[in-house]
Design a protein around this ligand. Structure first.
Ligand code: MLT
Length: 407
């Protein structure tokens, strides 16, 4: 008799954003007269930068000619993109990351979800609360946790982000082996200072742990004192893996391109105490299970690193940050405390009420979709996330409707 992976039965019934999409579709079907404005899932609305579109066209033409046609590419990504990333995202910020330490992929979500495969199942996890659900759910699926009781999986060290700590959790006193961090944070939009990140690097060194640093939203950082990469912190090359994405930086949520940095110096140990470079394990995993990102998509991603590409992507992130500013100001006028939105595209609102009730209220009275904080974990209760990813027109209209609904 075929049996299931019973770890799946520990999960909540559906993935957070799938659950919200279902509720919103049901509402929209029941109320076709209303236009629903989606500020829930962080999905971009503005078209690809022109440099990316030009690169896509040119690469498609190459694929149409025998002489320039390409079949399978390298599983790790084409050298032209890995080299551009190493130069512009790392060397330019003083980080020593070699091109062959960069693995191009089809999404930070996939990489954040898949990376746990290269670690033992009986390691100790430290996971933020609230959290991007992929980090916790994929570990539940892999059997690294006990059952869920009261919104918490047994055996996980939760790093609580609360109003009291400014939504940036401190290093715990207990040791953990694998630590998930995300800055600028999803869902709170909070950013970590150099000192806070240095404390995590020191923690990882002390406990022979690995940090998984998700910096998918670094392009939204405007405060020059805030690090964009964990590798800006001394010693991080020995203990950290970093995830980046072109999704929000350049409008690639539908186009799919991202990368993961695994420095050759990051180690994990086997049962006998022998160290193994994680670079070799991730390379083994990717070459076995992944066939690379389409050539035209990688060409489009590489175009971002040209002079025009940098200007166009900056204009794109500036545009969404303009939305974020409007959202923050509107929440302030409503007397709702919030964080995020200044160096991140998410605004985390302290609603002071049940977060699903707040979600229903916005949907029913304003026809605006937000993400209920409780969907990101127990510490998200009482909060809601509003995403700045939408057209200016829709954001302005959504804010007017929210103001009317909450007055
Ligand atoms: C979010 O809304 O948190 C993100 O768009 C989800 C994702 O990037 O997978």
């Amino acid at each position: 008799m075929i049996r299931i992976n019973e770890n799946y039965t520990k999960l909540t019934a559906s993935y957070l954003f799938a659950d919200i999409a279902k509720r919103v579709s049901a509402y929209a079907a029941a109320h076709p007269e209303h236009k629903v404005i989606r500020l829930g899932i962080g999905d971009v609305t503005e078209p690809l930068p022109p440099v990316c579109v030009e690169a896509l066209h040119a690469a498609s033409d190459e694929m149409a000619q025998r002489a320039s046609f390409k079949g399978y590419g390298p599983e790790q990504g084409y050298a032209f993109l890995r080299e551009a990333v190493a130069e512009h995202d790392y060397a330019a910020r003083g980080c020593h990351i070699a091109a062959d330490e960069i693995f191009i992929s089809d999404g930070a979500k996939c990489d954040c979800g898949n990376i746990q495969e290269i670690f033992a199942t009986d390691i100790r996890l430290a996971i933020p609360d609230p959290v991007y659900p992929v980090y916790i759910d994929t570990n539940v699926m892999a059997g690294r946790t006990g059952p869920n009781a009261d919104g918490r999986y047994e055996g996980v060290c939760y790093l609580e982000s609360t109003p009291a700590n400014g939504y940036v959790p401190a290093v715990p006193s207990a040791p953990a082996d694998l630590v998930y961090l995300c800055f600028p944070n999803n869902p709170t939009g909070a950013v970590a200072t150099r000192a806070q990140l240095a404390a995590w690097v020191a923690y990882a060194k002390r406990h022979q742990a690995v940090l998984l640093f998700d910096s998918a939203y670094e392009a939204f950082i405007r405060d020059p004192a805030i690090p964009h990469s964990i590798y800006e912190i001394e010693g991080a090359r020995d203990v950290a893996i970093e995830f980046r994405s072109f999704s929000k930086t350049a409008g690639f949520t539908g186009t799919r391109c991202a990368y993961t940095v695994v420095p050759k110096t990051v180690m994990a140990w086997d049962r006998s105490g022998k160290p193994h470079p994680l670079h070799a394990l991730w390379n083994r995993r990717q070459t076995t299970k992944f066939n690379g990102v389409a050539y035209p998509i990688q060409k489009a991603a590489a175009a971002i690193y040209t002079g025009a590409g940098k200007e166009q992507t900056r204009a794109l992130t500036d545009f969404y940050l303009g939305n974020a500013r409007l959202i923050r100001e509107a929440m302030g006028r409503l007397g709702l405390a919030c964080v995020g939105g200044d160096n991140a595209p998410y605004i985390w609102i302290n609603t002071g009420q049940d977060s699903w009730k707040f979600f229903d209220l916005l949907l029913e009275r304003a026809q605006v979709v937000c993400t209920p904080g409780a969907g990101f974990g127990r510490c998200g209760e009482g909060h809601a996330r509003i995403s700045a990813f939408n057209s200016r027109e829709n954001v302005v209209e959504a804010l007017e409707r929210i103001a009317r609904a909450l007055r």
